[in-house]
Design a protein around this ligand. Structure first.
Ligand SMILES: *Cc1c(COP(=O)(O)O)cnc(C)c1O
Length: 385
């Protein structure tokens, strides 16, 4: 997308840093946000950033400044979004297990939309809103039963999944929402999964939305907004060839296939595609160890810094930034944490690697820092911008 820009990693700046740390390329983040804004200006599209992908305050402030709304899944994220300068009316609050204090806090701040995932949740939101003397704006999260063919842990839109309300239960829930005190039904919400690079599931989603809209229009129910969630994938194999996600194709699908009604807004909740490529986890090789059949590069970053490989077998491109060797060898790149799943790469070809080398785990801006933990009483990773 756009002109070729060099987003090279600044090795010089890394040498003096304590590892491991996340490096964020803010130019790439800016260019990504500009790409999103350019494609959504002359259409009633509102993009919300899913904070759970990365809630680093520095990045949040930049994303809020660019004019995106916020997609939240907890009271903590609500507080972080407010602190970063996101407007409450541009916030959507999702999640299957919103607690009473979280709902109250969201009502207090006038969050733009609760994405409601069940009937009992809707009853509680309506009740708490009445107690607070206000009305909660809601969208009903529909489970469209679309298989996005992504990893079983990141597919969310199939029938056996905990998220949303099944289509056959929808008429009942919509009817209740329309008559219930304390809530105002603004629209329908969907989210079919994550790391989708094939646009077909989104075309199927558009068809489902069109059918539901026709159904409700025929019954005199009109929605102010349709929220199609997030999930656009990034290129984990070749981050330098595709530093910016394919927003052209993504928004193009909705422009071509989704029939918006006059005055209606289309909402998006993008997380990964906004921040994944601007972040790299930078780590140092502590030891190179030769096993019976394998060579291990043991690095000072572990699953506590970047959980995705251990959690769902995700693979990040591994680069040795400092080796000048022309010869290569294969290594298992592993962390120091006492878990067998603490492995970043198997049989990875790298230039000859030695103790002290700087390693980059690329495309780590999403679901990296935000999932970091102190397991094994390790320190949280640092940051460099
Ligand atoms: C996680 C999530 C998102 C963001 O997903 P990405 O794959 O990071 O774009 C959007 N909406 C909901 C409801 C989510 O749970």
């Amino acid at each position: 997308m756009g002109n070729f820009t060099d987003y090279r990693l600044p090795l010089e700046a890394f040498q003096s840093q304590r590892t491991p740390f996340y490096y964020y390329n803010l130019q790439l983040l800016h260019d990504t946000l500009e790409g999103i804004n350019r494609l959504t200006t002359d259409v009633p599209y509102r993009v919300h950033y899913a904070l759970k992908a990365n809630s680093n305050p520095h990045l949040l402030a930049i994303i809020a400044q660019a004019g995106l709304g916020a997609d939240l899944v907890s009271g903590g994220e609500l507080k972080a979004a407010l602190a970063a300068g996101f407007a409450p009316e541009r916030m959507a609050y999702a999640g299957v297990g919103k607690t009473d204090w979280e709902i109250r806090l969201a009502l207090e701040h006038g969050v733009g939309c609760f994405n409601v995932e069940s009937m009992p949740e809707m009853e509680v939101i309506g009740q708490l809103a009445q107690e607070q003397g206000c009305t909660a704006s809601i969208a009903i999260r529909v489970n469209p039963d679309i298989d996005a063919h992504t990893h079983r842990y990141i597919t969310t839109g199939t029938a056996d999944n905990k998220f949303g309300i099944a289509i056959e239960q929808l008429p009942h829930v919509v009817e209740r929402a329309l008559t219930m005190p304390g809530v105002r039904l603004r629209g329908l919400h969907f989210h079919i999964g994550s790391q989708l690079t094939d646009m077909k599931p989104y075309v199927m989603l558009c068809d489902t939305v069109n059918r539901l809209q026709d159904y409700y229009e025929a019954r005199g129910v009109r929605f102010e907004l349709i929220n199609v969630g997030g999930g656009l994938g990034v290129d984990y194999n070749e981050p330098d060839a595709h530093p910016i996600a394919d927003f052209d194709s993504y928004f193009g699908v909705f422009k071509r296939h989704l029939r918006l009604r006059p005055g209606q807004e289309l909402h998006f909740e993008l997380g990964r595609s906004v921040v994944a490529q601007c972040g790299s986890l930078i780590t140092r090789v502590i030891y190179v160890k030769s096993g019976r059949n394998k060579r291990f590069a043991i690095v000072d970053a572990g699953m506590t810094d970047l959980l995705r490989p251990a959690l769902y077998e995700a693979r990040h491109l591994v680069q040795n930034l400092s080796s000048t060797a022309l010869a290569c060898d294969t290594y298992d790149v592993v962390g120091p944490v006492c878990e067998s799943s603490d492995v970043f790469a198997h049989d990875c070809t790298l230039p000859l690697t030695q103790r002290g080398d700087l390693i980059a785990l690329r495309s780590a801006g999403a679901y990296g820092e935000s999932m970091a933990s102190t397991y094994n009483l390790r320190s949280l990773p640092g940051t460099l911008f």
